[in-house]
Design a protein around this ligand. Structure first.
Ligand code: DC
Length: 228
């Protein structure tokens, strides 16, 4: 069967990754969470006190970073590996969320990540979620989805996710982080978050998770048929 690439972009916390993961599982495609890659770079920069305004330090640090994904049978999750170390839990913590937007706005960081992401999608059969997938990484993706949801819905979902991992964070702190990231991600000079003309918008505020996955699957099956 012909394989396609599926780009899922949108605001922070509107369910892109979980939707992309479920769609990939159903189609037997690879799922790539590009936010996890920017989070892993941020964690490395924090651990090594990289000065974001120092070009040489940033470039040197990037040359020392290797990011992989490893499927964990137990959690049934693709986990993020930074230089052979599993950092899946660490990169989701608030202190990383607070620094990830400035790190992902750095041109050299984006160039390095986009090159890796394009290599991962060369043979098609990839569902990738992020901010610039339909616009920069796979401008020729056969299906582009742009997901949105109200800030309150997104914050409540994020709060529940963090609580499930034992991190209790006040709702207003999460709302402030989401709004600040939305603003930084949409207004940065390098590949800002935008809805490209050929993306299909799905507002997930009032959708059940299974319904949003089904919507994307219906669109994907339609595009796969067209591609055959
Ligand atoms: O999807 P997420 O919330 O885990 O992403 C974390 C941050 O990474 C987000 O605030 C912006 C950045 N990001 C990006 O700039 N480009 C992408 N393709 C994916 C994420």
């Amino acid at each position: 069967m012909t394989k396609i690439n599926i780009a899922i972009d949108g605001l922070s916390g509107c369910g892109k990754s979980s939707t992309a993961k479920a769609v990939a599982k159903s189609l037997h495609y690879k799922f790539i969470d590009t936010g996890a890659m920017y989070r892993a770079v941020t964690l490395y920069f924090l651990q090594h006190n990289v000065d974001l305004s120092n070009h040489d330090q940033v470039v040197n640090a990037l040359s020392d970073i290797q990011i992989d994904f490893e499927f964990n049978q137990e959690s049934q999750k693709n986990e993020t590996i930074l230089n052979q170390q599993n950092v899946e839990q660490e990169i989701r913590k608030m202190y990383v969320s607070e620094m990830v937007s400035p790190v992902s706005a750095i041109k050299e960081v984006r160039v390095a990540m986009v090159a890796q992401q394009q290599a991962m999608g060369r043979d098609k059969g990839v569902v990738m979620d992020g901010r610039d997938i339909g616009s920069v990484v796979f401008p020729d993706a056969e299906l582009k989805v742009f997901m949105t949801a109200s800030t309150e819905v997104r914050a409540k979902r994020r709060q529940a996710e963090l609580a499930a991992k034992g991190e209790e964070v006040a709702l207003n702190e999460i709302i402030a982080n989401l709004e600040s990231r939305d603003h930084q991600d949409s207004t940065r000079a390098e590949s800002p978050l935008i809805k490209v003309d050929d993306a299909i918008e799905i507002d997930t505020s009032d959708l059940r998770f299974e319904d949003q996955v089904q919507k994307v699957l219906n669109l994907a099956n339609n595009r796969i048929e067209k591609a055959e």
